[in-house]
Design a protein around this ligand. Sequence first.
Ligand code: AMP
Ligand code: GLY
Length: 423
Amino acid sequence: MKKRILITGSGGREHALAWKLSQSPEAGELFIAPGNAGTSAIGENVPLAAGDVDALVAFALENRIDFTVVGPDDALAAGVVNAFEDAGLKIFGPRRESARLESSKAFAKSFMRRHGIPTAAYAEFTDFQTARAYCAAAAYPLVVKADGLALGKGVVIVANPAEAETALRQCMEDRVFGDAGARVVVEEFLTGVECSLHALVDGRQALLFPDCRDHKKAYDGDLGPNTGGMGTISPSGSVHDSLREVIRREILDRFLTGLQCDGLDFRGMLFPGLMLTADGPKVLEFNCRWGDPETQVLVRRLKSDLLPLLEATAAGRLDGCHAEWREESAVCVVLASGGYPGPVEKGKPISGLAEAAAGESVEIFHAGTRIQGPETITNGGRVLGVTALGQSLGAARSAAYAAADHIGFEGVQMRSDIGRCPA
Ligand code: AMP
Ligand code: GLY
């Protein structure tokens, strides 16, 4: 019997997951809550938010959903997996207790320290004056991080005690990130190139995916404010076989041992952000979900059927599973609304989608889009992710940019150097 699948979320990541899962021979009807214009072309959009846990459980029970895949981090932190499993429903993602590895940076840092996972040296504080005194005597630069989820905005790199004080005050006293800033982590500044890792973790073992690189800054040359991600490449070009073995041994194996020691039941996607330093790879953060836009390039390279891999992960039986990957490179270029990551205007008609999609090896994943009458209109900060495969990174990049150039909407903003920065 074909399986009825629910995907929660509305971004490019969720469209990419829906696209890949819809190709599974075992996939039946696909539902996306709440989805976007792109997902409505391959499944049925359900008008429920990814964080509306009770309503999602009720929907899944009523509609005999066989398997659910969670997109965003805040739904995991809110316990959507606990609620589904308690209702006897199968779901992909870690339970709330394990999702704390993403939703509390202090929890993640103490986990890493306890289990010998390489990461930046740090101290944590709940008292503003104590944090300020620590920063007054520290070496710079330093990194000040809000403990909780802050929409990717809770990390500030500070160059001197005055900047540190401002960052601490905004976080701890002014509470610009709400309760997420009640506790802070102050961390050693690491230098190197960044890369994104993904691994399916079934509680006892891990299946490591190819590496990717995100481009988090808004503008060319890695300038401007941090965003959710303006584009990705896979492979990153920085992780050769011997480094992959170091990552496996020092990060993944120690992570798995740590789960056992701490009695944490982690079944889902582990996505560590890494800094590749002169002293080896170090974990900047753990994410407990698929990256966005990392997912877009990963699904383009994955040859295997994704559905059985996710089901095996959720069931705690990844043994014997393996994934096949295309040798080609994949590139994703994000088209965002003008002003992103700040406030944006929505509702702008999008042109050129069909022409862009006609490009060889091109797939377009929607993020902030919506159907209005005969038109597809913008509906958020990141609007589209244009992806392409190529025999080389350069070929994939050329194909992605050639496709992206067909697309227009008022205020469109994209980086022109995805895959070329850092040079
Ligand atoms: P995070 O959310 O912790 O991954 O931080 C967001 C971004 O801040 C990372 O992608 C890095 O670019 C930067 N960052 C975080 N921690 C550090 C660190 N210890 N040293 C240098 N840069 C950092
Ligand atoms: N692209 C980075 C993230 O998903 O956190």
